[in-house]
Design a protein around this ligand. Structure first.
Ligand code: AMP
Length: 215
């Protein structure tokens, strides 16, 4: 099963993808997390990507193609994967089809499009706190860490991602509208798109996501 989460930054793709991954036993492939790990490890890709990510722009398509191709070739993705943050433009969507057909004629089975109003996104992202240790996300109001400062999962001190500052959030939403939103039509025309209301609390959205995947 090859699922793609589509939606603006802050729509909840990572949170819902993690739950699906646990339920179906297939890996969550988050290109944002992979790139942040490369930045932290100061690899060649990471050094190249850091300033682009900090400003909320997209890292180049060739770098992403290589990351995703290598990740999907790993044994734990034999039974499928849940893509979170890829593809982010139509060129990447075409590349994804090529990567999948090269690998045993696989293809995208379903695209889960999380719809959330822009003012809700800005609130979610600017109050988001991320764990640099295990990539867990918290929200200062809706899902606060129990001591207000540390990750409940691994104890690491939480940070605000550079690209979650409000000015950068607005730039990321602009990039989403220009580059990523056209994928709604791209996948809709192929009959793969499922629209899911992404507003409400995490459990409410999960019920909708789970029901859609079970259909
Ligand atoms: P995310 O955690 O998905 O919001 O991704 C954080 C940042 O990583 C994005 O703002 C981009 O700079 C970069 N990034 C993640 N996925 C992609 C992608 N598919 N294409 C280009 N850049 C990406």
């Amino acid at each position: 099963m090859l699922l793609v989460f589509l939606g603006p930054p802050g729509a909840g793709k990572g949170t819902q993808a993690a739950r699906l991954s646990t339920k179906y036993g297939i890996p969550q492939v988050s290109t944002g997390d992979m790139l942040r790990e490369a930045v932290a490890a100061e690899t060649e890709v990471g050094l190249r990507a850091k300033s682009i990510m900090d400003s909320g722009q997209l890292v180049d398509d060739d770098t992403l193609a290589e990351l995703v191709r290598d990740r999907l070739a790993q044994a734990d993705a034999d039974g499928g994967a849940i893509l979170d943050g890829y593809p982010r433009n139509t060129a990447q969507a075409t590349t994804l089809d090529e990567i999948l057909s090269d690998a045993d004629s696989r293809r995208v089975d379903r695209v889960l499009f999380l719809e959330v109003a822009e003012d809700v996104l800005v609130d979610r992202l600017s109050k988001r706190r991320a764990c640099p240790g295990c990539n867990a996300n918290f929200h200062l109001r809706f899902n606060p860490p129990s001591d207000g400062v540390h990750c409940d999962r691994c104890g690491t001190e939480l940070i605000q991602r550079e690209d979650d500052r409000e000015a950068v959030v607005r730039d990321r939403l602009g990039v989403y509208r220009d580059s990523t939103e056209p994928l709604v039509d791209f996948y809709s025309e192929r009959g793969l798109l499922a629209r899911i209301d992404g507003e409400g609390d995490i459990d409410e959205v999960w019920d909708r996501v789970d029901a859609t995947v079970r259909q």
